[in-house]
Design a protein around this ligand. Sequence first.
Ligand SMILES: NC(=O)c1ccc[n+]([C@@H]2O[C@H](COP(=O)([O-])OP(=O)(O)OC[C@H]3O[C@@H](n4cnc5c(N)ncnc54)[C@H](OP(=O)(O)O)[C@@H]3O)[C@@H](O)[C@H]2O)c1
Length: 277
Amino acid sequence: MSNPPLLAFIGGGNMARALIGGLIENGHAADAILVSEPDAGTAARLQRDFGVRLATDNKEAATAADVVVLAVKPQQLARVCAAIAPAVQRGRPLLISIAAGIRERSIEEWLGGDVMLVRCMPNTPALVGAGMTGLHAGPGVDAVGRALAERILGAVGEVLWVEEESLLDAVTAVSGSGPAYYFLFMEAMIDAGERLGLSREAATRLTLQTALGAARMARAGDEPPGVLRQRVTSPGGTTEQALRHFEQGGLRELVVEALRKARDRSIELSDQLAGSA
Ligand SMILES: NC(=O)c1ccc[n+]([C@@H]2O[C@H](COP(=O)([O-])OP(=O)(O)OC[C@H]3O[C@@H](n4cnc5c(N)ncnc54)[C@H](OP(=O)(O)O)[C@@H]3O)[C@@H](O)[C@H]2O)c1
């Protein structure tokens, strides 16, 4: 393996751009990043903004690389894998797939079997460097491969390994879809603030800064969120009134059911993607 390892991105869209930006910020040499992206404008912007090298096609990128990051849309992955399979079998790079819902077995089959593959489930806050990625390592991946995958996905946030690939469906339900749950809650609080007489602008500022503050407290402290909640809830006070209303309305059960539905949909979509390839 070259030092630094040569990383090839197949697909240079939003997620690849975020990863490349994070890697460069963390000191990865730009000339050790190779991008294969069919849209000439997108490719040129990556080269201009980060100084990365451009490959003429996916085969060239996969042939040269120590690590191949599969960053195309899930529906494009079967075709991409078929084209790079001979290069992967020859060079045996570490493969990192960020394609949502495509199972390791499918990728391995498309690449001709027996590959070193890490499957990841990132989320959209990766685009602002605050991502959360669940990772699963296939059987061929050693400690060096795991460390490399952590370094790449860790460039845009936090990483968490799961021991069973099927747990990536639960990761999808919690952190993959999770940002939208918080956005929904923010929307609801902004609307409520407005109904209580605040301007939309004031309700928005109050809500967003409160969300950030609560997240930072929850991340910074040694206490779990439940303890933090109790600390800010004085008996007979205002917070208690609101929280009781949430509890009586079945918020916790609603959350469990919502996440179960997201997890089940993730499984269903993966089944469809496996069937349609
Ligand atoms: N964005 C997220 O927050 C997020 C979260 C979790 C997982 N993911 C996963 O990350 C992957 C990438 O998502 P994204 O949001 O970055 O999508 P994207 O912006 O559409 O990026 C995909 C890129 O791949 C290019 N491409 C298409 N066909 C190709 C081919 N045959 N060879 C090489 N490149 C090709 C596309 O070019 P054209 O535009 O010219 O087609 C596009 O620039 C997806 O599989 C998605 O499931 C994304």
